[in-house]
Write a protein that binds this ligand. Structure first.
Ligand code: ZN
Ligand code: MN
Length: 483
């Protein structure tokens, strides 16, 4: 019997508004512990939360991009639990009436589009952070930093629609791309601004009911999500094959051991005693405002990917790479505007530019080479002023110096030799020095000419125009054979 994997994700994304969700404290990451706090986010008695309008705007942007319906009326609820990083002993969240629901995000799997449904997106506040031992600067202690308490979050809850690790990975990647395109979350997983929880179950192939599910917490990178899922898949499948049942429980992924371990069982699951937050009025979203936000949305990665394929005639693979982030897609489109050959530009951007950036650990925004430089260089190739081979050196030089293509070619004396009389001399010399290849060519081995062209290129250190070399060689060799 084969088993099918069933995965749903809960994604917490910190919104990159300048201030927190219910007070004016800054949200900057990495500040001196407890330096970005006030009575509201410290949960001191007598304070009242005030909702940050920007947070709602950012959240709506995310929800619209994920094809959600937006509730005209939604409400906040208290999720009650005790933990040292939660100063009020409750988190303000949305349980009964989330602001967005019934959305979806498409992923492409082996060329086919698959839709992953989103049950709801709700607004909530982040908790503080407990620091232990070394992290506190005082080896023995555990301390708490409330800088993160009250940082705005959206929680995106998918339906259990993913059935392979590839689907999970594609979904996470698409989701991250959308958030980055919208500019509402920096998605720095190492800083905790994008966090994943997964619920996973297995069922016999063809079965429509869901099996008992395990919830996995603490997944801090894409790689960790995938490793934990892979491990848990195997564990659950083994249990089912042995006729045992999977216990519904919450588990933690132990990165060091490479396995999951039980955190708590279902009977110990906390009862959050949700109830409507009495300190906040219901959230009412004005349809006019919603319309404004809708109109201000940028073109999203999937739409852009389709458009680039159609508009510039590039393959799906190229388009996916180029639209992976907004600045890269902007770089590409700007270059094509100056040099309208979509595929040629995409080759140079994907191979040479992305390669150099990776080597030097630079982001596209910091590339010393600009679209105008690349377009200028491609024009020089097209006009036969430099060869494709020399172009790579020109590229390297532009990338390191930030200079334009024409200046580099001039300074380095790299212009192609297109002067016929000068070329004729070199061609004659090569013919004289390679009688064997000449004989082969004239004896019918037409491929021998490639070798002779290569010799001329070597002689000129790649500066010869290959078309011209070919033409001159053929002329000379035809004449010779007639004699
Ligand atoms: Zn505050
Ligand atoms: Mn949550």
């Amino acid at each position: 019997m084969n088993y099918q994997l069933v995965v749903g994700l809960e994604v917490h994304a910190e919104l990159s508004t300048g201030s927190k969700v219910f007070c004016g404290c800054p949200t900057r990451f990495g500040g001196e512990p407890n330096s970005q706090t006030c009575p509201v986010c410290l949960g001191l008695p007598g304070v009242l939360p005030v909702l940050n309008k920007k947070v709602v705007e950012y959240a709506i942007r995310a929800a619209l991009a994920m094809n959600c319906e937006i509730s005209r009326h939604s409400r906040f609820d208290r999720k009650n639990y005790y933990y040292p990083d939660l100063p009020k002993n409750y988190q303000i969240s949305q349980n009964y009436l989330p602001f967005a629901y019934n959305g979806h995000l498409n992923i492409s799997i082996k060329g086919a589009v698959k839709r992953i449904d989103i049950d709801n997106i709700h607004l909530e506040e982040d908790a503080g952070k407990n620091l232990h031992g070394e992290d506190t600067g005082l080896a023995e202690d555990s301390l708490v930093d409330f800088n993160r308490a009250g940082v705005p979050l959206i929680e995106i809850v998918t339906r259990p629609d993913m059935h392979s690790l590839e689907e999970v990975e594609k979904f996470m990647t698409n989701l991250r791309d959308v958030l980055l395109y919208l500019g509402i979350c920096d998605c720095r997983m190492e800083e905790g601004s994008l966090r994943f929880e997964a619920n996973i179950s297995m069922r016999p192939e063809g079965e429509s009911r869901l099996g008992n599910r395990v919830e996995m917490k603490n997944l801090n990178s894409f790689k960790m999500v995938l490793k934990a899922l892979e491990y848990e898949m195997g564990r659950q499948e083994n249990l089912l094959r042995e006729g045992k049942t999977v216990q519904p429980e919450t588990m933690l992924w132990d990165e060091a051991k490479g396995m999951t371990s039980a955190m708590r069982g279902k009977e110990e699951a906390p009862d959050y005693r949700y109830f409507p937050e009495p300190d906040l009025v219901p959230l009412v979203i004005d349809p006019e405002w919603l319309k404004e936000i809708k109109e201000s949305l940028p073109e999203l990665p999937q739409a852009r990917e389709m458009r680039l394929m159609k508009e510039y005639g590039i393959p799906e693979y190229d388009s996916a790479v180029l639209t992976a982030n907004r600045p890269l897609a902007d770089f590409y489109e700007e270059t094509v505007r100056l040099f309208p050959n979509g595929k040629m530009v995409s080759n140079w951007v994907m191979v040479e530019l992305l390669g150099r950036l990776k080597e030097r650990n630079l982001k596209i925004e910091d590339s010393p080479l600009r679209p105008s430089h690349l377009a200028e260089m491609l024009t020089l190739i097209k006009d036969g002023l430099i060869s494709g081979k020399i172009a790579k050196d020109v590229f390297t030089e532009m990338f390191t110096s930030g200079k334009g293509a024409r200046i580099v070619v001039e300074e380095k004396g790299w212009a192609q030799i297109s002067d016929e009389s000068q070329m004729k001399e070199i061609v004659e010399e090569v013919i004289r020095e390679n009688p064997k290849s000449v004989e082969d060519f004239q004896g019918g081995k037409k491929k021998a000419i490639t070798f002779l062209v290569g010799q001329v290129m070597k002689e000129t250190r790649g500066k010869a125009n290959p078309q011209l070399v070919n033409k001159l060689l053929r002329e000379k060799l035809q004449i010779k054979s007639k004699m």
